[in-house]
Design a protein around this ligand. Structure first.
Ligand code: NDP
Length: 237
């Protein structure tokens, strides 16, 4: 029996990339999985059919929609907040409305979702947020606003671990380095620059990140909380 067999799992942002790998992983373990999407309806419906999971549209930029989705999906044993956007570029040129939208998706949504999930989560529940190694190391220009969002996740994880620890609810961040998805394709323009900074000259696979998430959700990780779990091929070393 796998670690999350029969557990109620919600993945916010599960239609593509790392989120889709997390959905597949939990479904394969026998969890009862639901997930959200924002723009990728077809991909979400295909994934739901393939995995026997349930897909629903929720835009993580909309605070009240996120809270309602978590409430209506609960009580949850496991919440994974994966949805994120990476708006990179010259901070002097970036549209402040778009920067604020990224803050809502990458920072506000994980916080409100985690708090809402914890209201009815049973003792021993798990809250996992996908941060980024950029929360610890930036490495090149054009990443300030995105890195800010992922550093903010760290503060939230530490704080909520303190708040919910007495109920044995763990709160952790998984911090990927470059992972081969639409956001950061292995054949994309950043490849050579990234590999120049990494001892392992490759992108990670979404399944590798999903494995770490599954471990954090499983019985072996019950004493692991308030921590950042980096999986980055040495980018931050
Ligand atoms: P992708 O762009 O490939 O996929 C993003 C996922 O998030 C999609 O399922 C997308 O759904 C969903 N999403 C985006 N915006 C919203 C929104 N407003 N509401 C709901 N869902 C949304 O990205 P990755 O899989 O690469 O990234 C996943 C997470 O991992 C992010 O938090 C990212 O910051 C983080 N990360 C990724 C790294 C990488 O190199 N790939 C490195 C470090 C961290 P839809 O298409 O339906 O809108």
């Amino acid at each position: 029996m796998a670690g999350t067999d029969g557990k109620r799992v919600l993945v916010l942002g599960g239609s593509r990339g790392i989120g889709a790998a997390i959905v597949r992983r939990f479904a394969a373990e026998g969890a009862k999985v639901s997930f959200t999407y924002s723009g990728s309806r077809e991909a979400a419906e295909r994934l739901a059919e393939e995995t026997g999971t349930v897909a629903a549209r929720t835009d993580n930029a909309e605070r009240n929609a996120v809270i309602a989705r978590v409430r209506d999906s609960g009580p949850l044993d496991v919440l994974v907040v994966n949805a994120g956007v990476a708006m990179l570029g010259d901070p002097l040129e970036q549209d402040p409305d778009e920067v604020d939208r990224m803050f809502r998706i990458n920072v506000h949504a994980p916080y409100h979702a985690a708090v809402e999930a914890a209201r009815r989560m049973p003792d021993g529940g798990r809250i996992i947020v996908i941060g980024s190694v950029n929360g610890d190391r930036v490495g090149f220009p054009g990443v300030a606003a995105y890195a800010l969002t992922k550093s903010a996740v760290q503060g939230m994880v530490r704080g909520l671990a303190r708040d919910f620890g007495p109920r044995s609810i763990t709160v952790n961040a998984v911090q990927p380095g470059p992972v081969d998805t639409d956001m950061n394709p292995a054949d994309g323009p950043l490849r050579d620059m990234l590999y120049g900074m990494m001892p392992m000259k490759r992108h990670g696979r979404p399944e590798e990140v999903a494995g770490m998430v599954a471990w954090l959700a499983g019985p072996e990780a019950g004493f692991v909380t308030g921590a950042m779990h980096t999986i980055d091929g040495g980018f931050g070393a």
